[in-house]
Design a binder for this molecule. Structure first.
Ligand SMILES: [Zn+2]
Ligand SMILES: [Zn+2]
Length: 218
């Protein structure tokens, strides 16, 4: 992204699954960046060989500040110890981030409604997952209410949460095996049109390179 690691003020840890924490502890120690995570996630990490003295305990529903940014963590349905999504609020700008969630809940919809920018999981296409190479028990896990949001799930959720101010959508946590970018884009763009928000811009995110960078005036 062109930012120096030494300029990073904090790492927000959503949950303990490997794809979200690998590298976090090394980066935290080497660059003295605090890891913000809840007690359930920390306990789960300690069962592995996680090492970081630089942790700040947070709790779903309890807002805290990092510099100018107010962070509001909230619980999401996912099969981890105590997984979180986040709102980031700065001035009149509100961001909603929810990746790794198997379904939406009343709380998730409340926290994501009317955000200026959303980072939302669009993990798989249901038919590609069902017909794809994953073992049956993994397919069942991904499809469950504590697994991952499909393109269709994300689209249905979008229709409930976008408001006229919701102008940017980043589709995240996309499977390379069970999804195609054009399918994820198709479903979410259709949902935005149906929610009367046809001008909202939709971006993909990537496992191996940064996404588009958006500058917003606060
Ligand atoms: Zn996960
Ligand atoms: Zn994940």
């Amino acid at each position: 992204m062109g930012e120096k690691l030494s300029d990073i003020d904090a790492l927000l840890i959503s949950h303990e699954h490997h794809d979200h924490i690998v590298g976090a502890s090394v980066i935290s120690r080497r660059y003295e960046i605090p890891l913000y995570l809840n007690a359930g996630t920390l306990e789960a990490l300690k069962k592995g060989n996680f090492r970081s003295g630089n942790t700040v305990l947070i709790e779903g529903g309890n807002p805290f500040r990092i510099g100018d940014i107010e962070v509001i963590p909230f619980s999401v349905p996912h099969d981890a110890a105590d997984p979180l999504g986040f709102n980031l609020v700065c001035g009149h700008i509100k961001l909603g981030i929810a990746i790794d969630l198997g379904s939406s809940s009343h709380l998730v919809r409340e926290r994501l409604r009317g955000c200026d920018l959303l980072v939302l999981e669009a993990n798989h296409d249901i038919e590609m997952l069902k017909n794809g190479p994953y073992p049956w028990e993994v397919k069942q896990r991904v499809l469950s209410r504590v697994g991952h949001l499909s393109n269709e799930d994300a689209a249905a959720l979008l229709k409930q949460i976008v408001e006229p101010r919701s102008q940017y959508l980043f589709l995240a946590h996309m499977s390379k095996v069970n999804n195609l970018p054009q399918l994820a884009l198709y479903h979410s763009q259709k949902a935005l049109r149906e929610a009367n928000n046809p001008l909202a811009r939709v971006f993909l995110t990537y496992q191996d390179k940064p996404s588009e960078i958006i500058k917003m005036r606060v």
